[in-house]
Write a protein that binds this ligand. Structure first.
Ligand SMILES: Cc1cc2nc3c(=O)[nH]c(=O)nc-3n(C[C@H](O)[C@H](O)[C@H](O)COP(=O)(O)OP(=O)(O)OC[C@H]3O[C@@H](n4cnc5c(N)ncnc54)[C@H](O)[C@@H]3O)c2cc1C
Length: 296
């Protein structure tokens, strides 16, 4: 069923974004094929949203069919030493299933509050692990049909992939390996403690704003050196804990976040001669100005 005018602010971790013109929650591969056919017949472009944990959606809304994978497309099950996850399966669910089956290698994802499909799209990673290191193959669906793709075909690289707009990751197979659940639990606890000590964990954010540049400083240290910690524009604020995070400090809009991002880019260019590239995915009519310019 296609809904109209569904608020994306409800589906993004920052809590911003206007309505999706069209919205559907396919819960099987057949459902998904029907939704994609519906869009193709009307020339409507398609985007998928996972847990909205690395996504800024335009405040004025997006003229798209936005899909959220649910039901069978959000389940995860262990098959031998593989974990087979629906594209909409939360990483927390996958980690739980893997640990219960005594399978390790997914621990790094405990700090990444997204889905299997979002992980492929972004090649998410942390603590030395990333999707590229564990994905065996992914089932990618578009209006033309469904096809399993190898990691090479997915083009997984630092926080990016070769997936094109409109392509939906409907299933992901991970290659895991036997590991005692107690060991997995201990590793996850250690990683979560490390996270808590360095990043805002109880705020509305969308994870890293910018990719780390090729520079001795990461994006966070660079923006901290630019004096941006705690800098606020409208309802959005650069985290006082970690300068590569933007928080919703109350009533933020995506435009506020984008304005902060353009200010951060301007300062990084001015002080370090570095053009920061955004990691967060932009949905709808949202664009950063060239690095030397600001929006406000
Ligand atoms: C507190 C916090 C900590 C974070 N830490 C990390 C970290 O350590 N490492 C890291 O890499 N990221 C981190 N992130 C960012 C984010 O969690 C990851 O990028 C995650 O993989 C995004 O998944 P998602 O399902 O929420 O995708 P969304 O944010 O919903 O979408 C991101 C992009 O993926 C696309 N997409 C989503 N699902 C699909 C699908 N099924 N098929 C095709 N395209 C899809 C969207 O269209 C969009 O382009 C963090 C975020 C937060 C809020």
């Amino acid at each position: 069923m296609i809904e109209q005018g569904f608020s994306l602010a409800r589906l993004t971790t920052l809590g911003t974004g206007g309505p999706a013109h069209y919205f559907a929650r396919p819960s099987s591969l057949d459902d998904l094929a029907r939704a994609l056919e519906w869009a193709a017949q009307r020339d409507v472009e398609v985007a998928t949203i996972g847990l909205g944990s690395n996504l800024l959606a335009a405040d004025g809304g997006v003229d798209l069919l936005v899909l959220r994978l649910e039901g069978a497309l959000a389940l995860a099950e262990v098959q031998g030493e593989r974990l087979v996850a629906g594209g909409g399966a939360a990483n927390a669910v996958c980690l739980h299933r893997a640990r219960a089956a005594g399978l390790g290698r997914f621990e790094f994802a405990c700090a990444i509050p997204g889905t299997a499909g979002g992980g492929v799209r972004m090649n998410a990673g942390a603590y030395g692990g990333d999707w590229a290191g564990i994905v065996l193959r992914a089932l990618v669906v578009d209006a033309g049909g469904a096809r399993w793709r190898s990691p090479g075909e997915l083009g997984l690289a630092y926080r990016t992939s070769a997936l094109r707009p409109g392509e939906v990751v409907a299933k992901v197979e991970y290659a895991l390996e036997p590991r005692p659940p107690a060991e997995i639990r201990a590793r996850v606890a250690a990683l979560q403690a490390e996270r808590k000590a360095t990043q805002p964990t109880n705020r509305r954010t969308f994870g890293s704003v910018f990719k780390n540049p090729e520079h001795e400083f990461g994006a966070g240290r660079m923006l901290e050196a630019c004096g941006l910690k705690g800098h606020r524009l409208g309802g959005a604020r650069i985290s006082p804990r970690h300068a590569n995070f933007i928080e919703n400090a109350g009533g933020a809009t995506s435009a506020d976040a984008l304005a902060l991002m353009s200010e951060a880019r301007r300062r990084a260019l001015e002080q370090f001669g570095v053009v920061l590239e955004h990691e967060v995915a932009l949905l709808g009519e949202l664009e950063l100005p060239p690095a030397g310019e600001t929006l406000r």
